[in-house]
Design a protein around this ligand. Structure first.
Ligand code: HEM
Length: 444
């Protein structure tokens, strides 16, 4: 095939050059968010989680380690890893998907600086309680201001054509998730100020922490994954058309579940969360025969299978939470439900969808190793299955031998997470397959 030069006038050439430069700057911004998220995932997040679990297992007592260390791990995973990924992908994709006028790039960089510093300070003040009465509220305020900058950039700009945006149902779901993030950050500011004034340690009190976690997992991360699943997975998996009304029902049930959980009506809350998850799956039609072949180019062909397994984990997480709520005090079942959700569903979805979209978003790259993607997904699912089952058996005193399985599950999950980081970082280190360049454009 012969590449003919395209003859363009100066005005068109300059518009194209600006578009290409903007795309390159956006990709750089996104890559910075993703690498930051990967760093949070590896060290403050997973490594600390593994450390905590090894200590718990060696002492055979869930309550034997500092709650602040557990919360440092949870915050680094939810906000440092997944939250940073979501902000970066949001900056890159939401204005394009909604055809909004472009935001100023400095907003994206300022948000990154405040968010990263805020989450890092939070982690340090949980681990080393040095001046924590000042640092803890400061970190929470920095995270909130970073969110405000993000929100202004991706939500307040008008559509490029000047007309009002046509809100597809998936956008409602993403907006609800964004409000879930805002609520989590406001609760975080309130709680950090409260404990800085009145408490003896930087850890949130246990009862508040349980309610807060329902908001930040089911109220923020779960609908965010549903929103992007309805936008992208219908196409990537060749699914039948989305059932919009079911998706909105799912959102209403889930929001009602989060509110009920926050006011400590855990049995009703968990039943609503399960009903919401079932409606979301029925809406996106994951378990119905596909209408078209899945688009698995540049990822491992098993990608659609693992997405379906991740949604099965969502159901398991919700079902386990009902069991935990009925049992009242059951830390092993609550913990198992939480990790079925965070590892089985959220981390697996980030691994699947992240490796499908991020290489091309980050400057038209191709995933380094689809085979490694398969290996890490198998390891993640194996580690998660061992973790969820043995956490119930060990913590609830059903089987003593299960304490020996927990560290093994943690090391398997750590390997999976490490391989995900390796695949992504090597992908970013390779040059783009298609380099957008104004040099290919000539004028007369
Ligand atoms: C190698 C993988 C992981 C290990 C070994 C691990 C370990 C732990 C441990 C030992 C706890 C203490 C409570 C319990 O025993 O259940 C915990 C809590 C928690 N983990 Fe993980 N975890 C891992 C992955 C993740 C991931 C991927 C996420 C989120 C994306 C996550 C989010 C949380 C949260 C939110 C909590 C509760 C924190 C709190 O009580 O405030 N974990 N984790």
């Amino acid at each position: 095939m012969i590449n003919r030069p395209i003859w363009l006038d100066d005005k068109t050439k300059s518009i194209m050059e600006r578009t290409i430069m903007r795309e390159q700057s956006l990709s750089r911004l996104l890559m910075t968010y993703i690498v930051t998220g990967v760093v949070f995932m590896l060290l403050p997040g997973t490594f600390l989680g593994v450390w905590n679990l090894i200590k718990i297992s060696s002492r055979e007592a869930a309550e034997s380690i500092s709650p602040a260390w557990i919360q440092a791990h949870g915050h680094a995973q939810l906000f440092g890893w997944v939250g940073t990924f979501i902000l970066g992908i949001g900056f890159y994709s939401i204005p394009k998907l909604r055809k909004l006028k472009p935001f100023a790039l400095w907003e994206g960089w300022l948000c990154w600086e405040l968010w990263t510093t805020g989450v890092l300070i939070r982690w340090f003040s949980d681990i080393y309680p040095w001046h924590w009465r000042i640092l803890l509220p400061l970190s929470a305020v920095m995270e909130l201001v970073a969110f405000a900058i993000f929100f202004r950039a991706v939500a307040s700009h008008r559509p490029a054509g000047g007309t009002s945006a046509n809100f597809a149902p998936w956008i409602f779901v993403v907006i609800a998730a964004t409000l879930g993030l805002l609520t989590s950050l406001l609760l975080n500011v309130g709680a950090c100020m409260q404990i800085a004034l009145n408490a003896d340690s930087p850890a949130f009190p246990h009862e508040f922490d349980q309610r807060y976690l329902i908001v930040s997992t089911w109220g923020f991360l779960v609908p965010m994954v549903w929103g992007f699943s309805s936008r992208w997975l219908t196409v990537f998996l060749g699914l039948r058309p989305l059932r919009n009304s079911f998706l909105l029902v799912a959102l209403v049930l889930n929001t009602a579940g989060v509110v009920a959980g926050f006011i400590e009506q855990f049995v009703i809350a968990t039943m609503l969360l399960l009903a919401g998850a079932i409606s979301a799956i029925a809406a996106i039609r994951f378990f119905e025969p596909a209408a078209k072949a899945a688009k698995t180019i540049n990822v491992h062909p098993s990608f659609p299978l693992f997405v379906r397994i991740a949604y099965a984990w969502l159901l398991i997480a919700a079902a386990l939470s009902i069991w935990a709520a009925l049992m009242d005090e059951a830390p092993g079942i609550w913990g198992a439900s939480r990790h079925a959700l965070t590892v089985g569903f959220i981390a697996a979805m980030v691994f699947c969808v992240g490796q499908r979209v991020l290489p091309s978003f980050c400057g038209m790259r191709v995933l380094w190793s689809p085979k490694l993607m398969l290996v890490m997904l198998i390891l993640l699912m194996t580690g998660c299955t061992l973790r969820v089952s043995s956490e119930i058996l060990a913590y609830e005193d059903y089987a003593k031998w299960a304490w020996d399985i927990l560290p093994i599950s943690a090391l398997i999950e750590l390997t999976a997470v490490g391989l995900f980081a390796l695949n992504l970082i090597v992908t970013f280190a390779h040059p783009p397959v298609v380099a957008p360049s104004p040099l290919t454009i000539t004028t007369e």
